[in-house]
Design a protein around this ligand. Structure first.
Ligand code: SF4
Length: 417
């Protein structure tokens, strides 16, 4: 769990996004501190109205990068002129605001509260299907709060999903520390069976499966890929955090998978699905990571080309075994993180660029964005923004066909057809 400091500049839209970032960080067990000096990470939500504001943003980013271990820069200037931070040699990561909460997690799985109940937020229903995991990662503090996997029966989770859909949910987000090991405590991994039953519920909705570690997915990869291929209700999206391309580092992290198992999962999904999104996470600068290990992570990134990538610079969490290891210097971690983030931007940007000119059918409008825009998700959970939504008469909960007209690094723009 991280201590964070957040600063927000500019309009009410930026303030709304910061509130959402804070809500998600709080739900994941992180907490806010009074200033950057006490924080593990700083978040700068930027504005770019006039040139003077830009200069102020660059100056503030530089100060924060020196005061905290990790800096995340988001907001208007980050998205419109993100390269200026790199040109000014500021050591911060430029992210869409939506990506900030996951980047803060330091490779740990999300924390749900005990006996977490489903939540309906607009047309999004959050459904925690289990609590805990089957791992004991050496860098993780979440584990201390969540313990071993405890999986309620399939019928209970299906009943909760049905209630969410009846209450108006159009997107069900299946969450948990590690959704891939759902049922392991009962002797049978059964995420695929749960998904099948949820998809059979009457109604128009989509289901997004949350983080599933490669080890858990590996044992049911074929069954899972078959369910994804069969049901349109499931977004073809898999978040399987590999964390490193080196088996030595994975061993020191006490991850339960090896690189080969992750590759087999990706291969199985590639065979079953024509168009899908692989999402993964890398931790760079783990204490035992050598240059060669880092090169292996870079090679794995280039080989598998995930369309969504979270890069986390390792930082110590108190009370974990990794906190007792002799760490790498900050400069090494920063350089490796910068190198990986640059490749990430290229890979993800190319994935969105390839969508331009295509048409996507039955895209779900998930939530309102800024300035009369709406955020939508296509069948592979790629984000598409539609501007002037009220002119087009579309709102959250609608399904629309979109022509993709343009793109940014992390999302595309579309127009209803
Ligand atoms: S899988 Fe690892 S990182 Fe995730 S909660 Fe369990 S011990 Fe922590």
């Amino acid at each position: 769990m991280a201590r964070y400091h957040i600063e927000t500049y500019g309009c009410t839209s930026n303030r709304g996004e910061s509130r959402e970032i804070e809500r998600r960080l709080r739900d994941a067990g992180h907490y806010r501190v009074d200033g950057p000096d006490d924080a593990d990470v700083a978040i700068l939500n930027t504005c770019t109205v006039v040139e003077k504001t830009e200069r102020n943003m660059l100056r503030r980013a530089e100060e924060l990068s020196e005061e905290t271990a990790d800096l995340f820069i988001t907001g208007c200037m980050a998205l419109a002129q993100g390269e200026e931070f790199a040109q000014a040699d500021i050591d911060g990561r430029v992210l869409h605001w939506d990506e900030v909460p996951e980047a803060v997690t330091n490779g740990e799985c999300p924390t749900t509260t005990p006996d977490a109940e489903p939540i309906l937020d607009g047309v999004v229903g959050i459904l925690p299907i289990a609590r805990g995991c089957m791992s004991d990662c050496s860098y993780c503090i979440t584990k201390h709060a969540t313990g071993k996997i405890d999986s309620p029966p399939i019928e209970d989770n299906v009943a909760k999903a049905r209630a969410l859909i009846h209450a108006g949910a159009k997107e069900i987000r299946i969450t948990g520390q590690d959704t891939g090991v759902y049922g392991w405590d009962e002797g049978e991994r059964k995420l695929h069976r749960l998904l099948e039953e949820i998809c059979e519920i009457d109604g128009d909705f989509r289901v997004r499966v949350g983080m599933a570690n490669p080890k858990g997915v590996h044992g049911i990869r074929e069954e899972l890929a078959d369910v994804f291929a069969e049901y349109d209700e499931l977004y073809d999206f898999l978040h399987a955090p590999v964390q490193s391309g080196s088996n030595d580092v994975l061993g020191d992290m006490r991850r339960q998978h090896q690189v080969e198992e992750y590759l087999e999962v990706v291969e199985t999904f590639d065979e079953a699905l024509d168009y899908w999104t692989l999402s993964t996470d890398f931790i760079v600068g783990f204490p035992t990571e050598t240059d060669h290990d880092h090169d292996q992570s870079m090679a794995l990134l280039r080989e598998t080309r995930p369309e969504k990538i979270n890069v986390t610079r390792f930082s110590k969490r108190p009370g974990t075994d990794a906190a007792d290891m002799k760490g790498l210097g900050g400069t090494i971690k920063k350089e490796r993180s910068k190198e990986m983030s640059a490749v990430k931007r290229d890979i993800v940007g190319e994935a969105y660029a390839a969508m331009v000119g295509e048409t996507r059918e039955d895209v779900l409008v998930v939530e309102e964005g800024t300035a009369d825009s709406v955020k939508c998700r296509d069948s592979a959970y790629r984000q598409i923004i539609v501007q002037n939504a009220s002119e087009h008469g579309i709102e959250p909960g609608d399904f629309v066909d979109l022509e993709i007209t343009a793109h940014e690094t992390m999302y595309a723009f579309g127009t209803p057809v």
